[in-house]
Design a protein around this ligand. Structure first.
Ligand SMILES: O=C(O)CCC(=O)C(=O)O
Ligand SMILES: [Fe+2]
Length: 324
C-alpha cells in the first residue's frame, strides 16, 4: 500500500502520494539573511511563513470576492472572505484566468462567463490590489534586502490573480523564465496565496531540485534552436518548437516527475505565507480538491533588478492577449 500525504491530493494525471511527493521546507523570515539566501540557492525556492500580516491578506481576499458575489459563484449564506464555491454550480461557468485554458492567454469562456471574467480581470486594476496589495511593504522591503537590490528593486506591474475553483484544471508544469524571456534570469517570483489553502486545496507544487531541471531544459531548448539556425537572440526569445504553444513543459506533472526521477514538494498554505522562487524553478499546481469547496486564490508578483535588462512587457497590467 502506498502511504498517503493527504486524501485526494492530486495533479492532472494522478495522485500525489508519499511515493512521488514530499513536503516543502518552511522558513521563518526572521532567520539570518545568509541562511535564507542559502536555502533559496540550494532549493530553488524559499517558503516564508507569515511574512505578510494575515489580516491584510484576508482584507484583499474579501475585496476580490465581494464584487464577484453577484455572479452567483459563492455558496449562499457564506461570506465573501471565505470564498466558498456554490456546490450547485459547475466550475465551467467560471473559467479561471491564466491556467493555460487558452493558448497565448486569451479570454476564457463564452458570453455566459463574460460577467465573471470581466470582474475577475477588473480586480487587477483596482486600488486595493494594484497599489496596495502588490506593493505591500512587508514583502517589498524583504525582497529589497534579501536580493540586495535595494532601491533598484522593481516590482513588475503585470501580475495574475488566479482563482482555482474546486475541480478546475490547474496550471501545468513550467518555469517562469520562459515568460520573462527578454529579461535577465535573476528575477524573483513571489507566489502569494490569498487565503488559507489546504494541502489538497490546489496550492503551488515545486519539483524537488527543480531549478537544475529548469536550467537543463532551457539549455536544451537553446541548443536545439541554435541547431535550427536561429541567432543567439532569436534562440533566447523564440517560443521554439520544443515547447508547447502555452509555454508549458508538460500538462502531466506526475509523469514529468517520474521521467526526471524527482518528487513534487507540496504544502498547505496560510494567509500571509509567500513562496519565492527562482526563474528556472520548475513548478505547477495541484487540483483543488478542498472538501469544503474553498476557492483557491493566489497571485504571482515578480521582482527584478532594474539596473539589469528586464522584460518590458511586464511593465503593464495584465490584459488578455498581451503577448506574454
Ligand atoms: O498560482 C498558480 O497556479 C500558478 C502560479 C505560478 O506559476 C507562479 O506564481 O509562477
Ligand atoms: Fe509560474
Amino acid at each position: 500500500m502506498v502511504a498517503i500525504l493527504a486524501d485526494n491530493l492530486a495533479v492532472n494525471d494522478g495522485p500525489l502520494t508519499a511515493e512521488n511527493a514530499a513536503l516543502l521546507r518552511p522558513s521563518d523570515p526572521s532567520l539570518p539573511l545568509e541562511e535564507l539566501r542559502k536555502r533559496y540557492e540550494e532549493d530553488g525556492y524559499l517558503f516564508l511563513k507569515g511574512i505578510i500580516p494575515r489580516e491584510d491578506v484576508l482584507e484583499a481576499r474579501e475585496a476580490y470576492f465581494s464584487p464577484l458575489e453577484k455572479t452567483g459563484i459563492l455558496k449562499p449564506g457564506t461570506k465573501p472572505v471565505e470564498g466558498i464555491f456554490d456546490p450547485a454550480k459547475s466550475h465551467l461557468e467560471y473559467p479561471g484566468i491564466g491556467a493555460g485554458h487558452v493558448d497565448g492567454n486569451g479570454r476564457p469562456g463564452g458570453d455566459k462567463a463574460a460577467q465573471f471574467v470581466d470582474l475577475a480581470l477588473d480586480a487587477h486594476y483596482q486600488e486595493w490590489y494594484a497599489e496596495k496589495f502588490c506593493n505591500h511593504p512587508a514583502l517589498y522591503d524583504f525582497i529589497a534586502k534579501f536580493s540586495d537590490w535595494g532601491k533598484h528593486t522593481l516590482s513588475l506591474r503585470r501580475t495574475l490573480l488566479r482563482n482555482n475553483l474546486p475541480g478546475s484544471k490547474p496550471i501545468g508544469v513550467h518555469y517562469d523564465q520562459i515568460f520573462l524571456r527578454y529579461g535577465d534570469p535573476t528575477s524573483v517570483t513571489a507566489w502569494v496565496p490569498m487565503g488559507d489553502i489546504k494541502i489538497n486545496g490546489g496550492g503551488l507544487i515545486y519539483l524537488e531540485d527543480g531549478d537544475k531541471v529548469g536550467l537543463e531544459q532551457e539549455q536544451a531548448f537553446f541548443k536545439k534552436a541554435k541547431e535550427a539556425g536561429l541567432s543567439d537572440e532569436e534562440a533566447k526569445s523564440a517560443f521554439n518548437s520544443n515547447m508547447m504553444a502555452t509555454g508549458l513543459l508538460s500538462e502531466t506533472p506526475a509523469e514529468f516527475a517520474r521521467e526526471h526521477g524527482r518528487r513534487w514538494l507540496v504544502s498547505a498554505y496560510e494567509a500571509g505565507d509567500v513562496v519565492l522562487h527562482k526563474p528556472h524553478m520548475v513548478h505547477a499546481s495541484g487540483i483543488n480538491h478542498d472538501p469544503e469547496n474553498v476557492i483557491r486564490l493566489a497571485t504571482d508578483l515578480r521582482f527584478c533588478d532594474s539596473s539589469k535588462p528586464f522584460d518590458k512587457r511586464w511593465m503593464n497590467h495584465y490584459t488578455f492577449n498581451d503577448g506574454v
